[in-house]
Design a protein around this ligand. Structure first.
Ligand code: NAD
Ligand code: SAH
Length: 414
């Protein structure tokens, strides 16, 4: 039985789901094939991804492929109650509620796993944590799963190295059709979408400090520059730092950037990127936001500890007034700003990421007997298939090599 906040919100959720699917042509094509071939017939799939319209459409595609789908969120703040109700009304068992506390969130994940799934999709490893601990018995039918995001992949590799990964996992994040587009262009747009509507302030002319110049950071910095911000990048990797410099960003340690920034975005996947010593020197009314996986990049506890007053300033903005009279503004409680105070990546982006997810699960199912308890890269053919579908959906065509060109490229003669 689904467990959502309010079923009377279902029509609003269904409207959002209908909207996004018009802009997800690759997944629409995959759904059509799944409807014909029913690759997941008789299988149960539990998915834990941001409970948002694009995720709902992925769940419906897997259901169209014959699966019994049980869906939950992967962050209590990104769950949209109307989408959860809409999805539940469309026949997918859904367990997700916005704003629940940590224990309730865990309870919803356990409900989603209680069907004892054959396959899972995880976004950050919360399902895997449960299946590796107190709820290992719910994994008795598991053939394996797929992981969506960078930090989740780091954790999978750590488990595999320690020999404690309980089943095979497909590395969706590192597929080209995922991180090239989702982490870079998706985060690049959705972070600014969230920051702009949450603050309702101008980006042009501001000094924006982006911590981390990986795929997410590059997207965030690139879009900030495009809107007229002065961009500073902080890094720990000399290669990425040099790239940021050649891309036209100023590069410096956070200690130097802290007093200069008007708006900070952390995208490192690391912890303690913005801490007490940075808060001590920041400008009055600086904005602090995080787009990395966990809410540990901005040290929210230190901020609360330093504050003489903590108060709401606008929806999703908390003001921390310090003893010297300055106020620092924290967006979305330091959680992923684009999802906790926005709609996440646009539909066209999630189309590629979720097409990889759908095909990765199908691959896993077909190859389950050959796979060990390891992390597996997505086969090149899936990347190619998704990019072909995407180009076709966008009405774009590309050139093909002539036999002479192919011979030229693969030979050594001029
Ligand atoms: P990445 O590995 O490509 O980039 C991270 C960068 O941060 C690296 O260049 C690294 O050198 C740098 N870094 C690490 N610690 C640092 C520190 N203390 N100070 C400065 N720089 C530091 O990873 P990515 O794909 O860009 O993902 C980054 C984070 O964002 C991950 O936690 C990932 O799960 C998350 N993510 C979020 C979204 C979203 O929608 N908000 C989307 C995709 C990924
Ligand atoms: N459990 C983590 C999730 C990490 S979020 C948490 O604490 O919130 C990072 C992932 O969110 C990215 O890899 C991206 O693919 C996914 N994402 C971004 N926008 C999304 C959207 N609109 N719908 C579903 N997933 C989205």
């Amino acid at each position: 039985m689904s467990h959502v906040r309010d079923m009377s919100l279902a029509e609003s959720g269904r409207m959002k789901i209908r909207w996004v699917q018009d802009f997800m042509p690759a997944l629409v094509a995959i759904r059509a094939r799944f409807e014909r071939e029913k690759p997941f017939a008789g299988k149960k799939i539990t998915i834990s991804i941001h409970m948002e319209a694009k995720t709902a459409f992925l769940a419906l595609c897997l259901a169209a492929g014959g699966a019994e789908v049980h869906a939950t969120g992967c962050n209590p703040l990104s769950t949209q109650d109307d989408v959860a109700a809409g999805l539940a009304s469309m026949g997918v068992e859904t367990y997700a509620m916005h704003g629940v506390n940590a224990a309730e969130y865990r309870g919803l994940l356990v409900e989603a796993l209680s069907c004892c799934p054959d396959l899972i999709i995880d976004d950050g490893g919360d399902l895997l944590d449960l299946l590796s601990g107190d709820y290992a018995h719910l994994g008795k039918n598991l053939l394996g799963g797929a992981e969506e995001t960078t930090t989740g992949i780091h954790r999978l590799h750590a488990r595999a190295r320690a020999g404690v990964l309980p089943f095979p996992m497909m590395n969706v994040n590192d597929a080209k059709c995922k991180h090239y587009y989702d982490n870079k262009y998706g985060t690049g747009q959705s972070v600014w979408d969230a920051v702009m509507h949450t603050t309702n302030l101008l980006v042009a002319g501001k000094t924006v400090v982006v911590a981390g110049y990986g795929y997410c950071g590059r997207g965030v910095a690139m879009r900030a520059k495009g809107m007229g911000a002065n961009v500073i990048v902080t890094e720990i990797d000399p290669i990425k730092a040099l790239e940021a410099s050649m891309d036209g960003c100023r590069v410096m340690p956070m200690d130097e950037a802290a007093p200069q920034g008007d708006l900070f975005v952390t995208t490192t996947g690391c912890r303690d990127v913005l801490t007490r010593r940075h808060f001590e020197v920041m400008k009055n009314n600086a904005f602090l936001s995080n787009a990395g996986h966990f809410n540990v990049e901005v040290d929210c506890e230190a901020l609360a500890d330093m504050a003489v007053r903590v108060y709401p300033r606008r929806q999703d903005i908390t003001g921390y007034e310090l003893a010297d009279g300055r106020t620092l503004n924290l967006l979305a409680e330091g959680r992923l700003v684009n999802l906790a105070s926005g709609n996440g990546h646009p539909a066209e982006i999630m189309d590629t990421s979720f097409s990889v997810q759908a095909l990765a699960l199908e691959y896993l199912l077909h190859h389950a007997s050959e796979l060990g308890k390891q992390v597996y890269d997505i086969p090149e053919e899936i990347d190619r298939e998704v990019s072909r579908l995407k180009l076709h959906g966008a009405g774009l065509r590309i050139d093909t090599l002539t036999p002479e060109q192919e011979a030229y490229l693969s030979g050594w003669q001029v």
